[in-house]
Write a protein that binds this ligand. Structure first.
Ligand code: ATP
Ligand code: MG
Length: 262
C-alpha cells in the first residue's frame, strides 16, 4: 500500500525560476496495484517518482509505504523497499562485473550477507532460473560482463535485479523508451510478467498511451505538478486511446505532445 498526502516540491523557491513541480499531490495505491503515469513533458512525473524514492526531498506532505513513514527518510534507506528503473539502460548495472556478480549484489541487498562471501551454488541455480524466464538466453552467459550486453538485455537484467528480492514498490521511469520498438515490447512483456507473478505494487511512467491503457489496472494523468485524472475499473477498461487524449486535453487544457502519440 502506498499513500501520498499533499506532497509538494518547489524548485528554485523565491526566484524568478520558481517552479511547483509537485503541487499537493495525494494518491492511494493498494498492494499489487500497477499504475501507469502519463502527462506532457515537465508535468512532474519523474519528480513524483523521485519524491517517493527519496532522490528529491519533499517540502511538505507525507509518504507512507506499507505503514512505514518514508516522508523524510534518506534515499539509501528507502532503497531497501523500492526498486527503480530509468530510461537509460546504462544505469542500474555495473558494466565491469558479470551478470552473475550483478545479480549477486542485488540479491544480497537488504540481507546481511555481502558479495564477499561469493556466489553460492544455490544462488547460481536461482539466478539461472530467473534469467531463463526472461527468454533472452542470458542464463548461458552468466560470466559475461554486463557492459557487453545490448540495451534491451541490460534493461531486462536491471529489472531482474530490482525484483530478485521482491520490493514493496517498483518505480519505472520510461524504462523502455530508449529501446527499439521490438525490444521495448519484449521488455514491457517481461515487466508485466514479473509484476503480476510477484504482485508488486508498481508505478510506470510512459509516453506510450497504448501501453498506458494496456498494462496495469490504473492510470493517472499529471499536468503542472498535479494529478488531474485517475482512471480505473470499467471506465479505464472501456477507454480508447482517442478518448483518453480528448479527456486529457479537456482536463489539463493542453494537448498531448507529439512524443505522447508514439
Ligand atoms: N532537479 C531539478 N531542479 C530544478 N528543476 C527541476 C528538477 N527536476 C525537475 N525540475 C522541474 O520540475 C518540472 C517537472 O519535471 P519532471 O522531470 O518531473 O517532468 P516529467 O513529467 O518527468 O517530464 P518528461 O516527460 O519530460 O520526463 C519541470 O519544470 C522541471 O524543469
Ligand atoms: Mg520524466
Amino acid at each position: 500500500m502506498l499513500d501520498l498526502t499533499n506532497v509538494s516540491i518547489t524548485f528554485h523557491k523565491n526566484t524568478v525560476n520558481e517552479r511547483k513541480a509537485l503541487d499537493q499531490v495525494s494518491l492511494h495505491l493498494d498492494s499489487g496495484d500497477f499504475v501507469t503515469v502519463i502527462g506532457s513533458n515537465g508535468a512532474g512525473k519523474s519528480t513524483l517518482l523521485n519524491a517517493i524514492s527519496g532522490s528529491y526531498e519533499i517540502d511538505k506532505g507525507k509518504i507512507v509505504l506499507d505503514d512505514k513513514d518514508l516522508s523524510y527518510l534518506k534515499e539509501f534507506k528507502r532503497a531497501k523497499y523500492i526498486g527503480r528503473l530509468f530510461q537509460d539502460p546504462l544505469k542500474g548495472t555495473a558494466p565491469n562485473m558479470t551478470i552473475e556478480e550483478n545479480l549477486g549484489l542485488a540479491y544480497s541487498r537488504g540481507r546481511r550477507r555481502g558479495l564477499s562471501m561469493g556466489i553460492k551454488k544455490a544462488d547460481e541455480k536461482l539466478f539461472r532460473e530467473k534469467l531463463s524466464q526472461l527468454g533472452l538466453g542470458l542464463e548461458d552467459r552468466m560470466k559475461t560482463k554486463v557492459g557487453l550486453l545490448s540495451g534491451g538485455q541490460r534493461q531486462a537484467l536491471t529489472l531482474m535485479m530490482a525484483t530478485i528480492v521482491t520490493p514493496s514498490l517498483l518505480l519505472l521511469d520510461e524504462h523502455t523508451a530508449a529501446l527499439d520498438p521490438k525490444t521495448a515490447a519484449q521488455v514491457m512483456n517481461i515487466t508485466d510478467e514479473i509484476v503480476k507473478e510477484n504482485n508488486i505494487t508498481t508505478m510506470m511512467i510512459t509516453h506510450n498511451i497504448e501501453n498506458a491503457l494496456e498494462y496495469g489496472n490504473k492510470t493517472i494523468v499529471m499536468s503542472q505538478g498535479k494529478i488531474v485524472l485517475e482512471l480505473s475499473g470499467e471506465r479505464r477498461k472501456n477507454m480508447t486511446m482517442e478518448q483518453l487524449m480528448e479527456l486529457y486535453s479537456n482536463t489539463a487544457h493542453e494537448t498531448f505532445s507529439d512524443k505522447m502519440l508514439l
